[in-house]
Design a protein around this ligand. Sequence first.
Ligand code: ZN
Length: 290
Amino acid sequence: MTDNDGATAAKVDVLFILAHPDDESFGFGGLMAWAQSQHLRVGLVCATRGEAGEISHPSLGTPATLGAVRERELRCAMGIVGVDPVRLLPYRDSGMQGTPGNDDPRSLARADREAVLADLVSQIRDLQPHAVITFGPDGVYGHPDHVRIGEIATEAVMVAASSADPFLGGPWQTSRLYHMAVAREDLIEMSQRETGPFANTPPDVIATMGIPRSEITHVFDVSEFIDTKLRVLASHATQLPYQPEDGGVGDPAMRPRLGRESLKRIPLPWPEDRETADVLDAFNTLPDPA
Ligand SMILES: [Zn+2]
């Protein structure tokens, strides 16, 4: 484990527990920028260094250096939005379903479940987040690392609150748990365009991706923070589907979609602390379903 904050225990308002460098930026670069504007403390635990991904341009890295390059890109991106600490776990990117990375003994897919759970319980107890944000069972588009880290992080929130495994730290009850939520309707619409992500994904696969829009509990309008989000995204140069040029990133047509980020609140089996639990509610554009 590496760490931006040394050995000192920190407390954070929001803790993201995700799988790869860039998961946080595409999903939540705007929310992170908003949180920074509100002086909220945001931390990130990232399970891998994204070693199995494609490299957008050969000048940026090789398969052997990619993990180190992506860790650097991630730390640079998180520096822009003040996310601290950024902690990387020692697992390897498993790659997309059915690729050789799935069989690598160092991969998150092959890692011992109890070891990953212990890692996450100790992180939650150490960082004492009010809210944890991770992947849901859909993994947005079914990436095995997204599904696995989300499933184990969701359990880790429960275990961290119990008196189990005291050697991993004292019990900590997280007030809110959220899963990253991308509306299936939006993914279907994206897949129907001739270019862009999911253009070649079969309709029966698309039909299982994301979650129905009706299940989304929190939608954040981050359009005010879009320039910061684009800078955060640009830090992940090895991941972008185009070469960076003129300091710019991406297609202007993406901007309206990048301006919305969303979550699904997952009920927890304990009463919430009303005083500290509503930091994200203040930015939610959906009516409170409660
Ligand atoms: Zn990912």
